[in-house]
Structure formats: structure tokens, C-alpha cells
Design a protein around this ligand. Structure first.
Ligand code: AMP
Length: 297
């Protein structure tokens, strides 16, 4: 594995590999099995795997955790190499932004809800850095985790709108044995917060069951039901619980035969966690009307 810190070195290595299929995995580092699953998928599908580690200041709000975001480049390099990365790009902020950029990318509509609403400017920062990385690396395929499903919706929209010649490959969320979605931010959690944070996935799985069995049929029912379950944990402070179509991210009234996302964000102490599941309306039991006595009509 080659480790490079400058755009020039990266460009040279990319042109030396231009006869191969290039797979790209962008990350902010502090790698865990979720990141490694993307690298392994890229390794299985591509002749040259490029990963980047860059904590992108542009996507953090002024009160957010840019400074304290966990970093461990040496450990990351060991894990990346073991998982099959060929080129690891670790630029510093000056290398990525020699000057404050006057050109940024802003994707409309799919950023109006969820994290786009609660973290203003976040997805402009994400889209801008991903576009810069795509321009440098020119990947054939880029791998993103569904843990950040709205990010996938944003990047897909950007790639379509700007004719970027790259396939976006969504990959499943990797979880701890108790269901908590793996995240670099999980290290911030105290023991008690960590224990209570498992409620997020439990609540999402309950929603999936109630939707499949036809007990819940409306977006509002799902949102209030999931909120109630999460609120049973005293340390959980809910930011949002929303059900939308996916990847369009339009609000759901009655559940139809479409793909939906049920997405949650909540703070446990000072740590903000997100999670989601995708659900297809076709997986519901057929609707059976009941009369007032509970008899099938
Ligand atoms: P991050 O370093 O958090 O910016 O994440 C880099 C990439 O890894 C993004 O595409 C994330 O969606 C993906 N990722 C993060 N956590 C997970 C996870 N638990 N399972 C699968 N992919 C993940």
C-alpha cells in the first residue's frame, strides 16, 4: 500500500494505474468494520482501491466536533492495508483547501430534511469535498455506507446532475452485535449512554415489524411510534424521527409500494448518533379491513 499526502503524488499514482478499474472509498478515518466493509467490497470489484482519510472542516458546523473528532492515522493505515487498500490518501487541510474555496456544491431538495435540516451547510461541505476527491481520483466506482443514507441520496443527485462518470455503490450498515450502528463517534459514549443507544436500532426494527404486519400504515404513525420507543431511554434526546421515500426523500402519508427510509438522529449526552432502515412498501401484508367488532369485513 502506498500512502500519499499531496495531490501531485496522488495524481501520479492514479495515472500509473489508469488501465485498472479504480474503486474509491472516502472516509474521515478512525476506521472501524463499517469502513472496512466498503474497502473489502471495493477490493473484490476493482483492480485498484483508493481510500482517503480527511476530516473535512467544511462539513462541520461551528458548534460541532471538528476539533475533537477521533483521529489515529497509524492505526488506520494498518487496517486499510490489511483490508486491501492500494493507495491511501491522507491530505491535511492546507492540501485540500490551499485557500478558502469560492466554488462550492449545493444540492437542493434532498438536503431539505433530516441531517440537512438539522446541520445547515453540512451537505454542501460533503458534496464539495467528494467532488474534489472525485476530480483528483477519477474513480470508476465509489463506495458509500447506507448508515449515511441521506449522504448517498445527495452524492447520487450530484453525480447525475453534473455528469460525473462514476458509479455510486451503496453498502449495507455494519452493526455491533447488539445492533448499534458502527460509528467513529461511538467512542465518545459513556457506558450508560452506550447501553441506552441500542434503543435506536430496536425502535427501527419495531417499525419494520409493525409496517410489515400492517399495524402501522402511515408515516405519522411510524414517526410517533418510533419516538415513543426512543423516549423510553432517559438519556436519549431526539433530534428527528422521519419517514420519507428513498432516495427522493419526500414525505410519506400512507405507505404505498415504494421504497422508504425511516431515519433517526438522537443525542446521548454530547454524542449525536444517526441510524436508519430502508423498507419497501411491497413487504406489507395486504390490507384487511376490520369492522367495529374486530371481524374481517
Ligand atoms: P465517515 O468516516 O463516518 O465519514 O464514513 C466514511 C464512509 O463509511 C461513509 O460512506 C459512511 O457511510 C461509511 N460508514 C460509516 N459507518 C458505517 C457502518 N456502520 N456501516 C457501513 N458503512 C459505514
Amino acid at each position: 500500500m502506498k500512502i500519499v499526502q499531496t495531490r501531485d503524488e496522488l495524481r501520479q499514482l492514479i495515472s500509473a494505474n489508469k488501465n485498472k478499474t479504480i474503486g474509491f472509498v472516502p472516509t474521515m478515518g478512525y476506521l472501524h468494520d463499517g469502513h472496512l466493509s466498503l474497502i473489502e467490497r471495493a477490493q473484490a470489484e476493482c483492480g485498484c482501491v483508493v481510500a482517503s482519510i480527511f476530516v473535512n472542516p467544511l462539513q462541520f458546523g461551528p458548534q460541532e466536533d471538528f476539533e475533537s473528532y477521533p483521529r489515529d492515522a497509524e492505526r488506520d493505515a494498518r487496517l486499510a492495508e490489511r483490508s486491501g487498500v492500494d493507495i491511501l490518501f491522507i491530505p491535511d487541510t492546507k492540501e485540500m483547501y490551499p485557500k478558502t474555496p469560492l466554488t462550492t456544491i449545493s444540492v437542493a431538495k434532498v438536503t431539505d430534511s433530516l441531517c440537512g435540516a438539522s446541520r445547515p451547510g453540512h451537505f454542501d461541505g460533503v458534496a464539495t469535498v467528494v467532488a474534489k476527491l472525485f476530480n483528483l481520483i477519477q474513480p470508476d466506482k465509489a463506495y458509500f455506507g447506507l448508515k449515511d443514507a441521506q449522504q448517498i441520496a445527495v452524492i447520487k443527485q450530484m453525480v447525475t446532475d453534473l455528469n460525473m462518470p462514476v458509479d455510486i455503490v451503496p453498502c449495507p450498515t455494519v452493526r455491533e452485535p447488539d445492533g448499534l450502528a458502527m460509528s467513529s463517534r461511538n467512542v465518545y459514549l459513556s457506558d450508560e449512554e452506550r447501553k441506552q443507544a441500542t434503543v435506536l436500532y430496536r425502535a427501527l426494527k419495531t417499525a419494520e415489524q409493525k409496517l410489515s404486519s400492517g399495524q402501522w400504515r402511515f408515516g405519522k404513525e411510524v414517526e410517533s411510534g418510533v419516538c415513543e420507543i426512543i423516549s423510553s431511554q432517559p438519556l436519549a434526546q431526539i433530534d428527528y424521527v422521519e419517514m420519507h421515500t428513498f432516495p427522493e426523500l419526500e414525505r410519506t402519508e400512507r405507505v404505498e409500494d415504494k421504497q422508504y427510509i425511516i431515519a433517526v438522529a438522537a443525542k446521548f449526552g454530547r454524542t449525536r448518533l444517526i441510524d436508519n432502515i430502508l423498507f419497501h412498501g411491497e413487504e406489507r401484508l395486504p390490507y384487511v379491513a376490520h369492522n367495529d367488532e374486530g371481524q374481517t369485513a
